[in-house]
Design a protein around this ligand. Structure first.
Ligand SMILES: [Cu+2]
Length: 206
């Protein structure tokens, strides 16, 4: 587990803006299984309180649990899937690792857009998640700057085993709140659009 921790920090302390490939390579060295194990091995108090809770110390938060279905009237490969989000903040920057598991066969090979949204994760109510968390909006920039450095984009491509992992590093620390990581039907385009909201993971920190 300590290896995984080191690698996470290594990716945060590397170049100011490491390429997505470099970060994924770093995670690849740890391995998807180890990333999942890292989540599993988080401090007991984080798990004892159930999903959507965090360690609440040192800028390290872990959230995990079943995805909540935002489209209960229709079936999709994310139905019944689970997710974990590791959120580490340090000196004004944040690194996120999203692991999704248990995706149905029809989802294998597909890329789902995923983002941190400002609002809550409420089953059956995609609108409740609100817009993307956008740091330029927080800073009062009008119109907001939309990219993978002002928002937390965590698109995941599902592997043969129904698992997927994504890493994002951003030069800000999202403010506390009751928020959602929303998974969308399509990959994220240059405008930050990714189609219908299919499912979400509740995340909350203070
Ligand atoms: Cu989104």
């Amino acid at each position: 587990m300590s290896n995984a921790h080191r690698d996470t920090h290594a990716s945060t302390s590397a170049a100011a803006k490491p390429s997505r490939g470099a970060v994924l390579a770093a995670v690849g060295a740890v391995g998807l299984v180890s990333v999942a194990a890292l989540a599993t091995a988080a401090p007991a108090q984080a798990q004892a309180t159930g999903p959507a809770k965090s360690t609440g110390s040192q800028g390290v938060h872990l959230f995990q649990g079943p995805l909540r279905d935002l489209q209960p009237a229709t079936s999709d490969p994310l139905d019944g899937a689970q997710a974990r989000l590791l959120f580490v903040s340090h000196r004004g920057s944040s690194t996120f690792v999203l692991v999704v598991s248990g995706v149905g066969r029809d989802g294998v090979g597909h890329t789902y857009g995923a983002h941190l949204h400002t609002g809550a994760c409420v089953a059956g109510n995609g609108a409740a998640a609100g817009p993307h968390y956008n740091q330029s909006t927080v800073n009062g920039v009008v119109p907001p700057v939309v990219n993978d450095q002002t928002e937390v984009w965590l698109d995941v491509t599902v592997g043969p085993g129904g698992n997927a992992v994504a890493v994002a590093r951003v030069p800000f620390v999202p403010s506390p709140g009751d928020r959602a990581v929303v998974l969308h039907a399509e990959h994220t385009d240059d405008h930050g659009t990714a189609g219908a909201r299919l499912a979400c993971l509740p995340v909350r920190w203070s």
